[in-house]
Write a protein that binds this ligand. Structure first.
Ligand code: ASP
Ligand code: MG
Length: 405
């Protein structure tokens, strides 16, 4: 018998009525002859509510207690869904992450799964039950509860699919799949039928937040096919896999964009060894993620050094920059919080001549000025004014005919 792992996100299980709809959907899966393990998120905004609750009793809640608290969101959903399944005449049992044998590191709030020993899950499946597992959690070596980071139920699901040798893993969510661009920006955006793991990771890094990137990484490491689809409407969704069939026809898979960015420029930095190291060291220590870095060639022995960071880090970055500028002997620094990035993503980009030219021409014809450019094997990213981001996404989507896939 084939085994499918399904994961239902917070919106899909937000109310008792929705839990009943999910139970129906699982009943259909089981009636089709598959056994099912179902991973659930906390209902609706429960996790946010729990975080607020914690901060209402303590300014700095201990991480261990925070995890014990946050894990309860999923622990509520799992038995409720098992009850809804029983009411729909589908034998089911709920398990917490630790009961399902999910073991993690001790890094509270961002723990990683080290191992899964799914003895109990397999026993229950053998009894013909649907096993509902609370996502987002596992237990550490010393039996503490640890959570996997926000959005971590995706990771629980893919990891369980791998451990149980499931045929594939389904991520059921409130959108129809992974889109060629954000449909709120480009109404003609389509659901991408198939995408590689690396393209999906690139899309996620470039701003498309459909899935927990770590879940995609696990899928890639073990070649576990992942299908992202809506729990509210019918449709095939997006299959994340190793060898999409469309690869030959379509060189570009999608356009991603991100608006919550800021740019920092260190002005007239002396051009000598060690400057980059002394600049980025403090940022790393402060946990500020630096993304695109551009350093110009120097003419008079000094150079400007620009890089992008998350907008929410700008305040902390500015505080560091005074020191950094002094240490490296820069003339000063400038910041710009009105930028955005747009990325063209696809494994077909590598080795396709004229790709850069086409992107730059498209943006130029739309009057979009490019401030910085970075590229990898499978993506080309441009930093632009925030005000131009809609225009840029739409022009690129049209230029690569993504509305026709
Ligand atoms: N409930 C957790 C969160 O909101 C985990 C998840 O939904 O995947 O981040
Ligand atoms: Mg999620």
């Amino acid at each position: 018998m084939t085994l499918v792992v399904q994961k239902y996100g917070g919106t899909s299980v937000a109310t008792p009525e929705r839990l009943q709809l999910v139970a129906q959907r699982i009943r259909d899966t089981v009636a089709g002859g598959s056994s099912a393990v179902v991973v659930v998120s906390a209902m609706g905004d429960t996790t946010d509510d729990l975080i607020r609750l914690a901060h209402s009793v303590s300014a700095d809640p201990p991480e261990r207690e925070m995890d014990a608290l946050l894990s309860t969101g999923e622990v509520i959903t799992a038995p409720l869904l098992a009850m809804a399944l029983a009411a729909a005449d589908v034998p089911a049992v709920s398990l917490t992450g630790p009961q399902a044998g999910i073991r993690t590191t001790r890094a509270h709030r961002s723990a990683r799964i080290t191992d899964i020993v799914p003895v109990r899950v397999i026993e229950e499946l053998e009894q013909g039950r649907v096993v509902v597992v609370a996502g987002f959690q596992g237990s550490t070596e010393n039996m503490d509860i640890a959570t996997l980071g926000r959005g971590g139920s995706d990771t629980s699901a893919v990891a369980l699919a791998v451990a149980l040798h499931a045929e594939h893993c389904e991520i059921l969510t409130d959108v129809a799949g992974v889109f060629t661009a954000d449909p709120r920006v480009e109404p003609s955006a389509r659901v991408i039928p198939e995408i590689t793991y690396e393209e999906m990771l690139e899309m996620a890094a470039a701003g498309a937040r459909v899935m927990h990137p770590r879940a995609v990484e696990i899928g890639e490491a073990y070649s576990m096919p992942i299908r992202v689809l809506s729990s509210f409407e019918d449709g095939p969704g997006t299959l994340i896999c190793r060898h999409p069939r469309m690869e030959q026809r379509q060189k570009v898979r999608g356009i991603a964009h991100e608006t919550d960015l800021a740019k920092v420029t260190l002005l007239r930095v002396p051009d000598r060894p060690g400057v980059a190291a002394s600049t980025f060291g403090p940022f790393g220590e402060a946990g500020i993620n630096v993304d695109i870095i551009v350093q110009n060639v120097s003419h008079d022995g000094t150079t400007d050094l620009s890089f992008t960071i998350g907008q929410s880090d700008l305040k902390r970055a500015t505080a560091l920059l005074e020191d950094v500028a002094r240490t490296v002997g820069a003339e000063g620094f400038a910041t710009d919080s009105d930028i955005a990035q747009v990325s063209v993503i696809g494994t077909g980009i590598r080795g396709t001549p004229g790709m850069f030219a086409k992107i730059f021409r498209t943006l130029a014809e739309s009057g979009v000025n490019i401030q910085m450019i970075s590229s990898s094997e499978i993506d080309i990213t441009c930093i632009i004014d925030r005000a131009s981001v809609r225009e840029a996404v739409r022009a690129l989507h049209h230029a690569f005919e993504l509305e026709k896939i």
